[in-house]
Design a protein around this ligand. Sequence first.
Ligand code: FES
Ligand code: FE2
Length: 409
Amino acid sequence: MSSVKGDAVTVSGDSRPNDIREGREGLPGWTYTNAELFDLECDTLFRRHWQIVGHVNDIPETGDYLTLDLVGERALVVRDRKGNINAFHNLCRHRASRVVAGERGNCPGVITCPFHAWSYELDGRLRGAAQAATFPALDKDEWGLKPIEMEIWHGLIFVRFQEGPQPSVAELFAEHEAEVSPYLLDDMVPDGNGIYLTDPIDINWKSSRDVDNEGYHVAMAHPGLHDLYGQNYVDEAGVGDVSRSIGHFNTAPPRLWSVKNYRKMVDALDAPWSALPNSWVYMGLYPNTVVAIYPDSVIFYQDIPRGVLSSSVRGGVYRRREESRALKAARYLSGRIDNTTIEEDLMLMVWSQEAVYSSGYDGIILSDLERGVRAYHDRLRQDLPVLNDGEAPQAGTIHDRNADLLKGG
Ligand code: FES
Ligand SMILES: [Fe+2]
């Protein structure tokens, strides 16, 4: 039996106070399995931080909508008759059913609840209740859909379910503005495959982030990425809400078919895309989202926890409105490299998660090359200082203990 406490590790009663893991030990194992902590994470992180729903060009027509389900919250973004995009809770004011059932679709001029047919205008106002005379008079504004805070940044639609500590999305990304602008993301369109949501796997969402937050494993686990940029990958992680990682394409000639052809197609791009850097840049938005910019496409993905031990990934790919043959081929090939990477990472996430159940597990040690993981854990500890506890606090006390620690208690 072993446990990690502060900087001392106890293994079978043997104390090693000067453990070389200090500052490199990652989060304690209990934080990957504890349901009470997960509730706190849902509240502190997922409900109060910006989340991508999609891109404005996912919903180009009047009545087009997208939804996002996250930790019990349900967002609906819909384009109204004036062309504006509005965000609401996907929650009928009658008996709180979803007002739209799908992940995307079109409401032809009006949103009609599938339960008892209350109807809402596309700007959220109540149009009318079915059999309205059986209710007291319902004010159309007061009984409209409840708005959710929304911001559009370079065409990406962000919502925040509850007021949170982050500034606006534009402010969060301000220092990356000059880098992002030339990609003209605002005008990009979906790749035609829609927004995906993977089947859940039996991991805590942090096991997914931990794998995604470092490139140390690329050389071993991702032959494609290694061939593309493995020698030149850098995590520039600080303790902030937007981290940046960059993989400059290798100068050595690629060996794999997909990477070789991808590089060839990127070299054949026309202006202005030919002027974009030969790199893939990942911007991680705390706590669970990544926007990545490639010469041929822009993608986003986000971890969607389905429970303390269940997690999915949701994401989308955006392309240029007009694509040359080379651009289209490059996008196809970058997608292929990415899909292989996702497959390869799945097993690593499962293995990271299952480690904490082993009786031999006594924590981990992180390399300097895993600074992204360290910085991310540091950022989590700012919001959730209870993550510093080597063992799980007594059941029923985690919320209060965290609140006390935040107050300096
Ligand atoms: S719950 Fe929507 S109409 Fe009844
Ligand atoms: Fe990976």
